[in-house]
Ligand binder design. Sequence first.
Ligand SMILES: Cc1cc2nc3c(=O)[nH]c(=O)nc-3n(C[C@H](O)[C@H](O)[C@H](O)COP(=O)(O)OP(=O)(O)OC[C@H]3O[C@@H](n4cnc5c(N)ncnc54)[C@H](O)[C@@H]3O)c2cc1C
Length: 480
Amino acid sequence: MDTYKDTFSRLHAKRPLEVIVVGAGIGGLCAALGLRQAGHDVVILERVSEIKEIGAGIQMAPNASRIMGRFGLLEKVMDKATVVQKNSLRRYADNVELGTAPLMPAVGEKYHAPLAAIHRGDLQHILLEAVKSTGVTIRTNARVIRVDSTFEAKVQLECGEWICGDVVIGADGIKSDIRRQMAGKKGVQDGCQPTGDAAYRILIPKERMENDDRAMALLNSNIGMRWMGPGGHIMGYPIKKHTVYNMVLLHPEKPGGRIEESWTTKSDKKEMMEFYAQWNDLVRDLLSYVPDGEVVEWTLNSHSPLPSWFENKCVLMGDACHPMLPYVAQGAAQAIEDAGVLTCALSLTDDVKTALAVYERVRKDRAERIQNSASVTRKALHLPDGEQQRKRDAAFKGTGKNPDLWADREFQDFMWGELIQTVGINIDADLIGTDVMKQTVENWDSLVALTAGRHTYKSWILWMCYLLALLVVFALYILY
Ligand SMILES: Cc1cc2nc3c(=O)[nH]c(=O)nc-3n(C[C@H](O)[C@H](O)[C@H](O)COP(=O)(O)OP(=O)(O)OC[C@H]3O[C@@H](n4cnc5c(N)ncnc54)[C@H](O)[C@@H]3O)c2cc1C
């Protein structure tokens, strides 16, 4: 919290819109909050009958905590979160430390916003309470089954009722029905490809670790542990005020046995223990403390990017358009960035389609680059024993590029950075180190011009320079 510094002013809607948000996950709640605070009328439609505390640890990186600050929630978030002081990169077999990635307070001071870990349920609860207090209407038991065929901001619920608004935000998660419908409209296949990996997610309560000093030292620390081994890696850190140890364990998918792409599918503890049987005894001990029946497993797929994230007056956000694999821990953060940019874009113009085009322009390349970073990180973290692994381990200690992109300074600048780049003719190349909300507000006119397919004055100047250079070359050719 001490490191949070921001000068961003709250936005006011040019024209209050009737906004329909589909899904009360992290992204949907955040968008609803930002838009309501800017003066829009917002209704959230959520399919479950009760929004319960489901999930496990989620990382609140500076690019997300900054936006939480702008929505007035950072203090509440930090009150429930664990500040992460460093990540310790470890070898799987003997627990030897291969390197460290210093995090707080250095990262907070650099990016002016903290880095922490929080239980998804706590974050969702904080957002839900804030959304309720600002007067957003929340309808549970309200599963959206379709958007009208022209995507004119109308949705139909399972019960048959149609609801109309000025804009529909599809925040319906990884199995998004709205994405499927939009892909169909655009004539593209809404597909995903298996990565070959799956992930166990476990939560170990303090009571189960109390007799183990080494495990308790981890629980009481503010350190993120990253153990890397052949075909898999593990991320572990404490949550819930050091009362629960959270672990995500990546491993190859079972041959022939695809599990669902779901956050709630239960798995077998024995099978999990078997895969990590050759890993160090601290890891094995930790895994043994998980209560039986409490291992959750989900399959990891890469989803092909859509050609566009919006159609007429309907737009996608969060996992619905860029589901993230858990390598750089940006799933929630990227959905929160979407919420920040949607808040800006839908407030700075009264033209919904312009707003959605600008949102896509600011967000799509950036989110997809982070999505694509997963394959690089996966390869580096899961190397088999041997020469390549030894080279990787040496690189952790060096000053060059970090093979773990999450710990790489340059990639951190890109993911977490708040320095905004001037958006000019090279907008696609200008996405490094960005604060997406500031970028949207401060470059609004250029972004609108770009999305309208017009040239900014800067590009005209560049074209004039090219023309002049050609004329000079031509003149020289004639003369000589
Ligand atoms: C139950 C659950 C547990 C999770 N646990 C973790 C975790 O431990 N660690 C982690 O990193 N990430 C977890 N995630 C994912 C994480 O929340 C997202 O990756 C990220 O926060 C992006 O959020 P999102 O809003 O795009 O999607 P989500 O947070 O997945 O939210 C989507 C919401 O849309 C609702 N919905 C879906 N279809 C419809 C429909 N047709 N009509 C109305 N509502 C609909 C869903 O019920 C859900 O509430 C979990 C997600 C869920 C749903």
